[in-house]
Design a protein around this ligand. Structure first.
Ligand SMILES: Cc1cc2nc3c(=O)[nH]c(=O)nc-3n(C[C@H](O)[C@H](O)[C@H](O)COP(=O)(O)O)c2cc1C
Length: 146
């Protein structure tokens, strides 16, 4: 079991049909590959956490580089989680209305610190978004694909 987390520049609008299509296809594919994870879409930004068997995991990451719905992928971190972090989610999905990444970073950052997104912060953010959806604290994106 391994995980990876990356960010990319989104070339589709959150909530658009093109974005929904990514989630629908991914949920179907990931279920078959034993992958789970979470995708967050914000204006101009995707952050995705994926976990599962290393072979399909890294093959997907390779495939993602050829997808023209985003670009400039940056691998923020990878490793071996002790257990699945998103076991219930074939691919959870959130948008800025659930929790804004910019707001989150502002809350966790030291005032004045200008640093690239630390992977731990990005993972915490995605987990916080999924927990808010689970607890019903935040409204799921207009179309819930769970
Ligand atoms: C931001 C983003 C996240 C994606 N996440 C996944 C994913 O979790 N699983 C998946 O199978 N495809 C995902 N895709 C789509 C893949 O890039 C690819 O289109 C899909 O796996 C089908 O590949 P194929 O046409 O070679 O079969 C994602 C695409 C984007 C732009």
């Amino acid at each position: 079991m391994e995980y990876l987390i990356y960010k990319s520049m989104a070339l589709v609008t959150p909530g658009s049909a093109a974005c929904r299509d990514i989630v629908t296809v991914s949920q179907r594919n990931n279920a078959g590959l034993g992958l789970t994870g979470f995708l967050h879409a914000e204006d101009g930004l995707f952050i995705q956490y994926l976990e599962g068997p290393p072979k399909p995991l890294w093959a997907l990451y390779e495939r993602l580089h050829g997808d023209d719905r985003h670009r400039d992928l940056v691998l923020l971190g990878h490793g071996a989680p002790r257990r699945r972090r998103f076991g219930d989610w074939r691919l959870g999905y959130s948008e800025a209305g659930v929790l804004s990444f910019a707001d989150f970073l502002e809350e966790v950052s030291m005032p004045g610190a200008v640093e690239p997104t630390p992977p731990a912060d990005a993972i915490m953010f995605l987990m916080a978004a999924s927990i808010r959806l689970d607890l019903g604290i935040a409204e799921p994106p207009q179309h819930a694909w769970r």
